[in-house]
Design a protein around this ligand. Structure first.
Ligand code: FES
Length: 160
């Protein structure tokens, strides 16, 4: 119980900050889990047990590999996935290796299967993710540069 009260979900830790009471209000109690599980929760009568990076995890059938990983405490990199949207597998940053499967499926769009063995951290995956990010870097640079100028311009406007 004390872990729950001391978690970041209970606020930033500052005694006077409003975030703690806002988090509590959203949760309707003293505990609010703000973890983004990458894909929406699934509800099923059947549970599926699989292994992710050597850890066993049991989740409802239909759950994504990404969500199962996060529920197992394994963080998979992601850009386009969030638990408030159905996954669409656009960024390819969440690639994983699945024993017995060819290629590198996106964990956000791949549903769990019983007995699946998933690896989320290998040298090959790191290399693929680095390549994906290099493809995005010109886009990130071109969209990131104007923002400070715009912000500066807005500040000047507000001050005038
Ligand atoms: S998070 Fe973007 S494809 Fe999975």
């Amino acid at each position: 119980m004390s872990d729950m009260l001391n978690s970041p979900a209970g606020g930033c830790g500052s005694g006077n900050c409003a975030c703690k009471s806002q988090a509590q209000a959203r949760a309707g109690n003293a505990y609010f889990d703000d973890t983004d599980y990458g894909t929406p929760a699934r509800h099923a009568d059947v549970d599926v047990t699989l292994e992710i990076d050597g850890q066993s995890v049991t989740v409802p059938a239909g759950t994504s590999v990404m969500r199962a990983a996060i529920e197992a405490g394994v963080n998979v990199p992601k850009l386009c996935a969030t638990d408030s949207l159905e996954p669409f597998g656009s960024c390819r940053l969440c690639l994983v290796e699945i024993e017995g499967k060819r290629g590198y499926p996106a964990s956000c769009t791949t549903p769990v299967e019983a007995g699946m063995k998933v690896r989320t951290q290998t040298d090959r995956l790191q290399s693929l993710r680095r390549n994906v990010m290099e493809l995005y870097s010109p886009i990130i640079r071109s969209t990131a540069s104007p923002a400070p100028r715009t912000a500066t311009a807005n500040c000047r406007t507000w001050r005038a």
